[in-house]
Design a protein around this ligand. Structure first.
Ligand code: HEC
Length: 123
């Protein structure tokens, strides 16, 4: 009887942990990506500033990702593929072995991809 109860309690705890993680995931990931459009100026530029411009701020390491250059650099040099966003040179490089110690978080990568999926607007 006691053994049976312990098993039941264990199952309840496991179930609650599972549900708990499910909720955390939804709260963190869904609001930004699914409800409003990603903004180039307020979502994408800060990702570049936090993770990229320490290296990508001069022509010696293209693409130049400073706020005043990033949009034209990316759109005019075919770094983006709005037909197959995952194949964009930008995304392939961000997801690959890159000489980058400060690599973006998986959430930041998701925001970058979502921005391209929405048509890579200068918004
Ligand atoms: C520690 C320095 C460093 C940081 C930080 C860095 N990069 Fe790079 N990146 C490089 C160097 C060096 C190259 C060229 C060598 C290579 O392609 O691996 C490069 C290449 C690239 C390329 C390919 C260029 C081409 O013409 O094909 C892209 C796209 C790129 N980086 C995007 C990014 C993005 C986006 C970030 C931020 C999320 C970032 N990089 C952060 C150093 C860096």
């Amino acid at each position: 009887m006691i053994v049976k109860n312990i098993k039941l309690i264990g199952a309840i705890i496991t179930f609650n942990i599972f549900i708990g993680f499910g909720c955390t995931y939804k709260q963190i990931i869904e609001p930004k990506v699914s409800q409003e459009l990603v903004s180039f100026k307020s979502d994408i530029i800060p990702i570049f500033e936090n993770n990229c411009i320490s290296c990508h701020s001069t022509q010696s390491i293209p693409p130049v990702l400073l706020s005043q250059n990033a949009f034209l650099t990316l759109t005019q040099n075919s770094y983006l593929n709005t037909d197959i966003p995952e194949d964009s040179r930008l995304m392939v490089k961000v997801n690959s072995n890159h000489p980058n110690q400060l690599s973006p978080t998986s959430f930041e990568k998701q925001v970058l991809l979502q921005w391209i999926k929405e048509g890579a607007n200068n918004n």
